[in-house]
Design a protein around this ligand. Sequence first.
Ligand code: NAD
Length: 390
Amino acid sequence: MKPLSTQLGQSTESADPHVGSSIFEVIGETGHEEVVFCHNPDAGLKAIIAIHNTTLGPALGGLRMWPYKSEQEALDDVLRLSRGMTYKAAVAGLNLGGGKSVIIGDPTRDKSEALFRALGRFVDSLNGRYITAEDVGIDVNDMEYVFQETDNVVGVHQVHGGSGDPSPFTAFGTVQGIKASLEYKFGDKEVGKYSYAVQGVGHVGLELVKLLRKEGAKVFVTDINTESVNRCVEELGAEAVGLDDIYEVDADVFCPSALGGIVNLETIPNFKFKIVCGSANNQLADNDCGDELERRGIVYAPDYAVNAGGLMNVSIEFEGYNRERAMRMMRTIYYNVGQIFKIAEREGISTWKAADRVAQERIETIGKIKLPYMGARPHRFPGRNRNERN
Ligand code: NAD
């Protein structure tokens, strides 16, 4: 992926104030409102919170923990992910803005109570402009520590009145996106009739494989974690393939469910897929790759429209969580993705562009009747209690 940021290392060390402008140039280009660098050496915390746009409401987006090779890599990731959240909320019809946070660290080694509570205090300092949740490397138990320091967290455990892990809902929403894509490409939405290549069988991918197998579909899986792969093979009847072989599998639908940037000019020529529709964020290395899929007749279901199920689910915590409402809302993904395909066809544009257009138009239209969200009013989460850890 092309880096969004440049010269971060130089900027922080230079005495020349003009050199430091590169980060402002970057966020000027990406349209970010606020980027917060969070440092607590005692807790071992190095994190970045990016608030992209609060026109529609408070910025909501998950917390990712990843052993980034550099601070710049972490910054690029959080900027890209937070911008994606703005578009995701807009297309999903939610009154939320886009934000995201990343902790630089190894989730298998560096987690601690202090780390997550320190992060929680930074989130709290933003006075509700940013609300966090789980993302890659983070689970509901980590969120309990964050919740001890701030109310501005969703996806907390059901015992606290939250909605729990959003991943099964993201997987359910992804299936709604798959149905819309099948209908568009093949004229029917019988999930079980088609075959799937699922890259990454973590929280979302595993649930997706379960749903696909339940419909009787043929499913190929891969993951760097061989235990997860074995579980899919032994318990769910999926077929394992190598990490790089997934791009060449003869399956109808490619479901990226690991990390971003995997639909790129190196992988696309290997595709026999007819559809790309999965849960991962930022699947396209860049927009040209979306156009390349289009040229090859491969339907690309825009990632942020497809993977909005988890966001929709946690958004219901604002009014007091209700599972039935959440499931109803998630079925709208089928409609939203179908609409994007219709607009793309009607306007003669790629599907990624049609999705961006839907998001931008909603932000612009609703923005005219609202001011940016300044976190002046505390959020109410009826039925939640935060002072106990279970
Ligand atoms: P996760 O960390 O639980 O799972 C990711 C899986 O991908 C892991 O099992 C990991 O081993 C595997 N992986 C990493 N690199 C890989 C590689 N090169 N090849 C194959 N497998 C690899 O994360 P998750 O919560 O399941 O999220 C998966 C994707 O979906 C991410 O892109 C995330 O941003 C996106 N997403 C998640 C949610 C959610 O509700 N959790 C919501 C929206 C979007």
